[in-house]
Design a protein around this ligand. Structure first.
Ligand code: OAD
Length: 237
């Protein structure tokens, strides 16, 4: 019988690929036709906020329509059936973990369905358009809403909680992330140095190979449900 004390699952764009959402670094990825410097940096937002708002507004309908796949559902099942806490740290700005009815979701890169007021910090939840005409419902200031997406040059969200989770977990699972964007790419290292077992799910080996004890290659919609079944079986055998 094997029961982990605390499980952390880090997810990236690859977990949503089988829901029809393009990953960031694939040939047809989200950055295609847009330079990262124009839509995902804090300097770009300062320079041309209307352009950046348009980019995220255009993404919203597709992300709103997407449905969770077998990998999201497998994590939700694990959270429901495992006797100890399972936390999700996600780099994804989609809301597919929420749609799969997961809990304990930490959106370290923000959420597409949120905007934050740069004047008062209020979070506005909407899949509708947000732009420079939008008035903050809290402080009534116009033109200060920013997509609640963490741009290059900004702090990640929830890092205190993330540090605590990484320092204390005994199983760290990474799903569908290329491991090239820091600091998330180094979370496996932190977890491993604190004694966690580390498992990676991806279609191919990543640059983070060194820190993972186990690599499970293949589409997460197939490999993750089987792994969750294995974790649950191990509770009994
Ligand atoms: P990437 O596009 O960099 O990597 C996606 C990874 O998923 C790749 O390693 C693929 O091999 C893998 N993959 C694709 N389909 C898969 C499948 N069906 N099953 C398993 N793995 C699969 O996306 P991220 O690592 O998430 O930041 O990118 C990290 C960050 O870069 C994003 O959060 C984004 C961007 O800057 C923000 O938006 C703030």
């Amino acid at each position: 019988m094997k029961q982990y004390r605390s499980i952390v699952i880090l997810t990236g764009a690859g977990i949503s690929a089988e829901s029809g959402l393009a990953t960031f670094r694939a040939a047809n990825g989200l950055w295609n036709n847009h330079r990262v410097e124009d839509v995902a940096t804090i300097e770009a937002f300062e320079r041309n906020p209307a352009y950046v708002h348009d980019f995220y507004n255009e993404l919203k309908p597709e992300l709103n329509k997407a449905r969770p796949n077998a990998a999201h559902l497998a994590i939700a099942r694990l959270q429901k059936e495992y006797p100890t806490p399972v936390h999700i740290i996600t780099q994804n700005v989609d809301t597919l973990h929420e749609k799969a009815k997961s809990q304990n979701i930490w959106h370290i890169h923000g959420q597409i369905n949120q905007a934050v007021c740069l004047n008062c910090g209020h979070i506005l939840e909407t899949f509708g358009d947000v732009d420079m005409q939008t008035v903050c419902p809290n402080c009534q200031t116009q033109g200060m809403m920013k997509p609640n997406i963490v741009f290059f040059g900004e702090n990640l969200l929830y890092m205190d909680k993330v540090e605590q989770l990484l320092n204390n977990c005994d199983l760290f699972v990474s799903v569908g992330t290329s491991g090239v964007v820091f600091p998330a790419a180094a979370f496996v290292q932190t977890a491993k140095y604190h004694g966690a077992e580390t498992v990676e799910f991806n279609l191919e080996p990543t640059s983070n190979n060194f820190y993972f004890d186990r690599h499970i290659m293949g589409p997460a919609g197939v490999t993750l449900p089987a792994y969750v079944e294995e974790l649950l079986q191990n509770l009994q055998s």
